[in-house]
Write a protein that binds this ligand. Sequence first.
Ligand SMILES: CC(=O)[C@@H](O)[C@H](O)COP(=O)(O)O
Ligand SMILES: NCC(=O)COP(=O)(O)O
Length: 257
Amino acid sequence: MQDADFVGRLRLGVNIDHVATVRNARGGAVPDPLRAARIAEAAGADGITAHLREDRRHISDADIEALAANLTVPLNFEMAATPEMQQIALHHRPHAVCIVPEKREERTTEGGLEVAKDENRMAHFIAPLRDAGCRVSIFIAADRRQIEAAHRIGAAVIELHTGAYCDAHSEGRFAERDAELERLREMSAFAHSLGLEVHAGHGLTYDTVQPVAAFPEVVELNIGHFLVGEAIFVGLDASIREMRRRMDEARSPSNAA
Ligand SMILES: CC(=O)[C@@H](O)[C@H](O)COP(=O)(O)O
Ligand SMILES: NCC(=O)COP(=O)(O)O
């Protein structure tokens, strides 16, 4: 592969939390998130994302141990900004640590991190992670204030929350969807102009992935829930390969604006 091809390739991080959700519905050991991660690697995932929630509702500490020990692609470790999670991250030193907001009562990650309101604490929180060699990413809404704050605290990466865009699409609120997409487009360019690496994710599906994949500043998408759901019908390998195909199609020069 030539360098130019490599630089232009959009990375796919496969989130395997939802495999653990199914396992935990029954207890026991199956389905195994590590097995899912291995299939994802073989299907072309560039990384594996796993979110160790404080309440351990899906991914467990043992899953993180197994992933850290066995993955052949980088681990993107999602976690809340708590001392417990910081200790776990410093123990494993994953390639990337993505700081996300968490509420015990939420069904899924509802919004982005309020880094602008908590700048001083966040700067101190991420410093040891950076010093340990982790690429620190902040999961935020497409909001200029939050992006500026993420930049000021020294994050290398931001991940833009695409949930509002995807929800608007699935609920048929197309004017809102288009406005959200425009916000994501503008804020990707803004974050890139500050020197931040730009990722995006949450709720992306076959129907919603291509407009986001086409943003030239976005270098990584993290996708999980849809892929695991689609795997029920076509298998995990096929669901990931089809997502990869759509991402590459959106990124191909013939589709450039
Ligand atoms: C931060 C994020 O978007 C993912 O970790 C996603 O939230 C995983 O699923 P849950 O929200 O169900 O934990
Ligand atoms: N950070 C977003 C992520 O990892 C995947 O989110 P989802 O596709 O499971 O909603």
